[in-house]
Design a protein around this ligand. Sequence first.
Ligand code: ADP
Length: 255
Amino acid sequence: MGVDLGSTASKCVILKNGAEIAGSASVGSGTGTSGPVRAVAAALEAAGVSRGDIARVTATGYGRNSFEDADDAVSELSCHAIGAHALFPEARTILDIGGQDAKALSLDAHGRLQNFVMNDKCAAGTGRFLDVMARVLELDVSELGARDALAESAVAISSTCTVFAESEVISQLARRADINALVRGIHDSVAVRTASLVRRLGLREPLVMTGGVARNAGVVRALSQELGVSILVSPLCQLNGAYGAAIHAWNKTRE
Ligand code: ADP
């Protein structure tokens, strides 16, 4: 079992024989809340097994060291690398955008982590920025991708600071700006920030996106345009770190 105790969400993946996902769950509350325990309970239920059936548990994510019911704790950098490499063995760059940070990782041909850069100092370019903007627009984050696809133009957001950008969106709303165009402008703004992170690392294709924000097709669209490359999105997206942790637990069990 892999448990990802994120800043914003808790994720759990149960692997059967190291290959098949027997059950998984994602709960929208992160470390320090009841989220991790609820994610584990939901994944056990989905898999139709009990805690006693689990051979080994690996915790990852921001709160990995606070999870008592784990056999080991592994950094999310390693777990995202393991998870993405398992799904896309050819991946050379991974971009993981979570609730409070964004990380760009480079992998060698064997899926080993070579280098990484991280933004954990500023909410701009993270899921938090999108969560704040969605609230102002009275939308759910899960609606942003579809809104982006409907937009015929983009309202540029010039402030990089989340707080100032929020004020900018509020004043655009007061001027009756088109919501879809605003959403597109917000995604373009996230893409500019994350593209600079990827360029700092050095982009090597193929680029795979993981993390909760990869569920937002509007951000994937904007980033692909900004970097001028196509982006592979992990089908597990937000579960990718927990998946990598579960693979790690399986490898340790075999050892
Ligand atoms: P962390 O591991 O830091 O808790 P996650 O990788 O779980 O972060 O990502 C959380 C972010 O994912 C949220 O801030 C939100 O912006 C985004 N997100 C979550 N669910 C969805 C969804 N259904 N559609 C689009 N974005 C989503």
